[in-house]
Design a protein around this ligand. Sequence first.
Ligand SMILES: C[S@@+](CC[C@H](N)C(=O)[O-])C[C@H]1O[C@@H](n2cnc3c(N)ncnc32)[C@H](O)[C@@H]1O
Length: 270
Amino acid sequence: MTAAMEEGDWKAKVSEYIGADETAWHKKLEKYPSLKKMGELGPDAKFSHDGREERCLEFVKSHANVNEMRGNPAMVLQAIDEFSSQQEMLINLGPDKNRIMAEMITKERPAVFVEFGGHVGYSAILVADLMRKQRPDEAVKVWSLEFEPRFTKISTELIALAGLQDVATVIAGPAGDSIRKLKAEAKVDHVDFLFIDHVEELFLPDLKIAMDELQILKPGALVVADNVLVPGAPVYREYVRNHESLSSKGVKGLVMPGEFEDELEVSRVL
Ligand SMILES: C[S@@+](CC[C@H](N)C(=O)[O-])C[C@H]1O[C@@H](n2cnc3c(N)ncnc32)[C@H](O)[C@@H]1O
């Protein structure tokens, strides 16, 4: 789920589930207290940008296992998942798409990963950990481009807690501007894996910046966009599926908490 998803969209989605099977829905609410809390908040419910990201950081830092989390990315991710399912839901990859992303990173073995939309650093921690394990003696790099300075502060702290500060670098500002700057400063000349996960309306314009304007996506590179069904990125999907230099398909994944069916769009540069 993304920041761009409107409250109305969420309620429509929820109504679909209630209509389909009320018992199943109530089981979901029992399983995910954070979802129940969203329902109880009614029209005031928000998905992000309401102080929950700061509360997530505080939750992790005051967690009983915080000492074991130092230098342990899996434990940091587990604590963030715990906050999202038990306290307040977060708009990050979450524990199901996390598995799909891990499979793709393991298969692709990228050396340079860029994400548009970093939030509190969940996907950056997952990916940076895997990339470092895969190529322990090589320079691997994760660039996490996040609009909100207050989120970059949080993600930088969580990335450091996980011991990944040498691999993952967070940059504040609009992703399109940040990637232009990275190219201009010769910090990025190509990207092996581009993860697009910021605002659906920007998926296509920002892909074009990377692909056409900066030409940093070479043949063989992979571009993965999240949330192409929920809340949906139909214009982006149509574009990549009809592009002669891209081979694209959807991969099923669940929005968590709540297990809502969604897809990631996976595109190979030909
Ligand atoms: C769905 S969250 C990213 C989740 C993250 N990739 C993860 O899985 O841990 C989307 C993020 O994109 C950020 N965002 C919104 N517009 C942006 C832009 N133009 N450039 C970069 N980030 C943006 C939001 O502030 C939000 O933190």
